[in-house]
Design a protein around this ligand. Structure first.
Ligand SMILES: Cc1cc2nc3c(=O)[nH]c(=O)nc-3n(C[C@H](O)[C@H](O)[C@H](O)COP(=O)(O)OP(=O)(O)OC[C@H]3O[C@@H](n4cnc5c(N)ncnc54)[C@H](O)[C@@H]3O)c2cc1C
Length: 406
């Protein structure tokens, strides 16, 4: 299938990686990368960090130099939402904006996800979500005139937005529906340290509450919480996760389960239809996993390309998420949620590594400000412990002497 026509829907991390890798492995057929946004594929991680905090508005960080598409004969169609993907005589027919049809032998769905919004929130420019470059520019501009910010959700994006708003001098309060702040972080020690840092910067948390009602007024937003509290703020950032954009896959007849179900080569249940990145979910050892991390999206785009080119699959790399909050770098390689038990290493000065162990193997870790240990550990995840798990708490022994390479 070196000459198959391939259309990739979604011009972001997974889609750009799929297009680039296809050419890199010698695919000769036409490749079209179609994206709903007007912007060439860019990195999203800076959107909640430097794009909000830099003194001058930074340029987008392009995933690939923008001349790469033309030089590799990849057709880039921007501002072109695909409205349907249908099976058609041995291939697919895609509709762009309900008016233009394009044909493809193979389709990759790299449609990512949409930021969730609680039902009932009014449409108001002072209520923000953060998923796209346009969202980040709007939030950045608003942060420069606002004084009081309310952040809904203390997942990674909510926490980063709260830290960035605080760094801009805003008075920041964070609402968390769960009973503990940062509920997606497996390590209690890390959560505690982060909470202390946020408190030192004056960021307040309310847990076990959510927004019941939000009324825009001339002066701001009047937000009524589920515990009856009423807050008046200038801006509200909603950071409560994403909804994977599975609708095209569903209409094409592909199996979905909290994402588009794929195998290790990113094949969906429909022959010739692949999915990669935040939209793709996989069954692995009885667990359903769907990553929402940059490195996974990139690796999955590459894996889809290799499969289309007929190459043997290479194992997907260990998942690895990172997040910057104030001066902290949080890193989460592997699958800490799969742990039977954990061991904590605290070298001091707020630095933490919590090792997650299942079946005498290192399955993941949650680390704060420990880049060197993370670098070493990423190669060892899946490896068997050599001795007692308690040895992981020692800082005087290199990790590779404690864990066998997988
Ligand atoms: C603010 C922010 C900060 C982040 N920070 C980090 C971080 O620090 N570390 C980390 O590991 N990860 C981070 N991430 C997550 C990471 O950016 C994502 O995992 C990654 O972007 C997923 O890539 P993707 O290509 O699968 O999907 P997306 O990036 O969501 O891209 C999907 C693209 O598909 C397009 N699309 C959807 N439907 C259609 C359609 N029907 N037709 C055409 N186009 C369509 C969308 O417009 C979008 O451009 C962050 C994400 C955000 C939003």
């Amino acid at each position: 299938m070196r000459d198959a026509s391939v259309v990739i829907v979604g011009a972001s991390t997974a889609g750009a990686a799929a297009a680039y890798t296809l050419r890199a492995v010698g695919h000769e057929g036409p490749i079209t990368l179609v994206g709903a946004e007007d912007t060439a594929p860019y990195e999203r991680p800076p959107l909640s960090k430097t794009v909000l905090t830099a003194a001058e508005e930074p340029e987008a960080v392009w995933l690939l130099p923008t001349d790469t598409y033309a030089s590799r004969d990849i057709t880039l169609r921007l501002g072109a939402p695909v409205t349907s993907v249908e099976l058609a005589s041995g291939g697919f027919s895609l509709t762009i904006e309900d008016r233009e049809q394009i044909a493809a032998d193979v389709v990759v769905l790299a449609t990512g996800g949409r930021a969730r919004r609680p039902a009932g929130l009014p449409e108001d420019p002072r209520i923000h979500v953060l998923r796209t470059w346009a969202d980040a520019r709007a939030l950045r501009a608003h942060m420069r005139t606002a004084h009081r910010a309310l952040v809904l959700g203390s997942g990674l994006i909510g926490a980063e937005c709260a830290a960035s708003a605080s760094a801009q001098g805003l008075d920041v309060e964070v609402l968390e529906m769960q009973t503990t702040p940062f509920p997606s972080i497996a390590s209690r020690a890390v959560r505690t340290t982060l909470l202390r840092t946020f408190a030192e910067h004056g960021v307040r948390f309310r847990t076990g509450v959510t927004v019941n009602n939000c009324t825009p007024t001339d002066d701001g937003l009047v937000v009524q919480l589920s515990d009856g509290t009423v807050l008046e703020v200038d801006l509200l950032v909603v950071g409560i996760g994403i909804e994977p954009a599975t609708e095209l896959a569903e209409r094409a007849g592909a199996a979905t389960e909290r994402g588009v179900l794929v195998d290790e080569s990113m094949r969906t249940s429909v022959p010739g239809l692949y999915a990669a990145g935040d939209v793709a979910s996989r069954r692995l050892g009885g667990r359903l996993i769907r990553h929402e991390h940059f490195a996974s999206a990139q690796a999955q785009g590459e894996a889809a390309a290799r499969a289309i080119a007929g190459l043997e699959p290479v194992p997907l790399p260990t998942p690895w998420a990172w997040s910057d909050q104030f001066s902290h770098r949080l890193e989460v390689p592997g699958e800490p949620d799969a742990a039977d038990y954990t061991r904590l290493r605290q070298p001091g000065d707020g630095q933490i590594v919590e090792f997650s162990i299942a079946d005498s193997r290192l399955v993941g870790l949650t680390a704060l400000d420990q880049p060197r240990v993370v670098r070493e550990a990423r190669r060892l995840i899946g490896g068997r412990l050599r001795g007692s798990a308690n040895d992981l708490e020692r800082t005087d022994v290199p990790l590779k002497q404690l864990v066998d390479a997988p």
